[in-house]
Design a protein around this ligand. Structure first.
Ligand SMILES: [Zn+2]
Length: 253
């Protein structure tokens, strides 16, 4: 019943016990995961994981922190992976001025190149926007037909409203369970029910009771419980509606 729309199961943090983890997730009610790639290599790893598990899907893309992979060869490898039957999105792609604000123009060129790939292939996108809200919004405005999710949404409620009007989804992660969470909760209050996605961003961003530890999709119930509290629903209702939203956006029956 849980769909984690953003978990880096291909990450080396899971190399030791990935098979056990996958088994445990299935038993705990996680029945769908989307693993977004960060460069050609991790996108390929995510693809092979998805080949082995019918309930795992992947996205292919070059993350803004992986600018070194931005060349013709890298883009061709991503383009080839987008044809894979289990590839459901281009991602994760976007802008990150937190880690590196000295290559903004190059980051934007990479972002545009991959948004064009998404449009050509009729795929949604998974967007990473860190400390780059204005520029991310300005870029996606140039692709009016394109849909996708702003992963781990951290922008303002005003920006959220504009994205929602354009048809975008918003992803909510572990940080909504942290004591200092405020802005994301305000956004959660105004986000229509059919645009909320739940994500763990595993192995990062473990929710409150597990903060600082390795995260995995089995922690989704903590995120669903927080959303349920804010929206006046049961955690089960939140799990079900967010799973349905993810399946709709990523075209998973
Ligand atoms: Zn991520």
């Amino acid at each position: 019943m849980y769909f984690d729309t953003h978990a880096h199961l291909d990450d080396k943090a899971f190399d030791e016990d990935r098979d056990e983890l996958l088994l445990r997730l299935r038993e705990s009610g996680v029945d769908c995961v989307l693993d977004p790639g960060c460069d050609p290599e991790s996108s390929r790893k995510a693809a092979s994981l998805a080949e082995g598990e019918e309930w795992v899907f992947f996205a292919a893309g070059i993350h803004p922190e992986e600018l070194h992979a931005f060349n013709d060869e890298g883009l061709e490898q991503i383009a080839a992976l987008l044809k894979h039957p289990k590839c459901r999105a281009v991602g994760e792609i976007g802008l990150d001025y937190y880690w590196d604000d000295s290559h903004k123009e190059e980051q934007k060129r990479l972002f545009h190149a991959q948004l064009s790939l998404a449009r050509e292939n009729g795929l949604p996108v998974v967007i990473h926007d860190r400390e780059a809200h204005g520029d991310c919004l300005a870029v996606v405005r140039q692709y009016p037909g394109l849909r996708g999710v702003f992963h781990c949404y951290s922008g303002s409620p005003e920006m959220a409203e504009e994205l929602l009007r354009m048809g975008w989804y918003l992803g909510f992660d572990g940080p909504i369970t942290y004591k200092n969470a405020r802005k994301a909760l305000d956004v959660l209050r105004i986000c229509p029910e059919d645009r909320i996605l739940v994500e763990t961003d595993s192995p990062y961003l473990a929710p409150a009771p597990k903060r600082g530890k390795r995260n995995d999709p089995g922690n989704l119930p903590f995120i669903c419980a927080k959303i349920a509290e804010i929206r006046g629903k049961t955690p089960e209702e939140v799990a079900e509606l967010t799973a349905a939203n993810g399946r709709r956006l990523f075209g998973i029956a």
